[in-house]
Write a protein that binds this ligand. Structure first.
Ligand code: CU
Length: 226
C-alpha cells in the first residue's frame, strides 16, 4: 500500500515536470517565431503615429507610413540628391554627419554599381552615420536591386549577425522588406520605396537588412547618435 502511494507521487511529479517543460518550450517558440517578430515590426511600422516607445531599443517615438510606392529612375536620382542636401559627406572616412533636428536619410538597398549585399547612402557604401539625439529622422528605403528583397532595420545589436537576424537582434526601427525593381533594365525599371520616421536616444546603433543572410553578408553599417 505504502509503496503504491510512493509510486503515485512519483508519477504525478513526473507528469507535472513534463507539463512544465512543454509549457516553457511552447512559450519560447512563440516568442522567437518569425510571425511574432513580424507582429513586433508591425507595431513599430504601423500607422499609430507617435507610439512613444521608450522601451528597450532607445526609440523615443516613430511614425511609419505603411504605404509603399514605386518611383522611376529620375525620381530615384532626385530622391538621392535630396538626401545628400544638408548632409556632411566625408568620402575618405566614409562618414556622413547629419546636423540639426530634421534628418533626411535615403537608403538604397544593394543598388547597381556597389558590392552585392551592401547599403548605399549619399553615394557611400555602408557609411557610418552621425545623428543628433532627438532628431526626427525621416528614413526612405528604396530597393533598386534585381533578384532580392531588402528591408531596413535599426538595432542596438552589434555584428556579427546570424543567418536569421530577425530572430536575434533587438529591433529599434523597421521598414519591412520591399521587392526587387520591376524590370531588369535600370532606366526602364520602377523601384519600390517606403518611408518612416524614427527618433533615437544617444548611443551606438546599426542599420541592417533583416532579410535572412543579408546582414551576415555585409549589409549593415553604424549609426552614432551623439
Ligand atoms: Cu537585404
Amino acid at each position: 500500500m505504502r509503496e503504491r502511494k510512493v509510486w503515485m507521487s512519483v508519477i504525478v511529479l513526473l507528469s507535472l515536470t513534463v507539463i512544465l517543460l512543454v509549457g516553457v518550450l511552447v512559450s519560447n517558440c512563440m516568442r522567437f517565431s518569425p510571425w511574432n517578430r513580424h507582429m513586433d515590426a508591425g507595431r513599430n511600422g504601423g500607422m499609430m503615429g507617435n507610439s512613444g516607445m521608450m522601451g528597450s531599443g532607445g526609440m523615443m517615438g516613430n511614425a511609419t507610413s505603411a504605404n509603399t510606392a514605386t518611383i522611376d529612375n529620375n525620381q530615384l536620382h532626385q530622391l538621392v540628391a535630396e538626401g545628400e542636401q544638408g548632409a556632411r559627406i566625408d568620402r575618405a572616412k566614409k562618414t556622413i554627419t547629419y546636423t540639426g533636428g530634421s534628418v533626411n536619410l535615403v537608403a538604397l538597398a544593394s543598388p547597381h554599381g556597389v558590392p552585392n549585399m551592401t547599403w548605399e547612402i549619399d553615394g557611400l557604401v555602408n557609411p557610418t552615420l552621425f545623428i543628433q539625439p532627438g532628431a526626427t529622422v525621416h528614413v526612405t528605403l528604396v530597393n533598386p536591386d534585381w533578384g532580392y528583397m531588402h528591408g531596413f532595420e535599426v538595432t542596438k545589436t552589434a555584428p556579427p549577425y546570424s543567418q536569421m537576424p530577425m530572430m536575434t537582434v533587438d529591433d529599434v526601427f523597421m521598414l519591412p522588406p520591399l521587392p526587387q525593381r520591376t524590370t531588369q533594365g535600370l532606366t526602364s525599371a520602377h523601384y519600390h520605396m517606403t518611408e518612416g520616421e524614427m527618433t533615437l536616444h544617444p548611443g551606438t546603433y546599426y542599420y541592417i537588412c533583416p532579410v535572412p543572410g543579408h546582414a551576415k553578408s555585409g549589409m549593415y553599417g553604424v549609426v552614432k547618435v551623439t
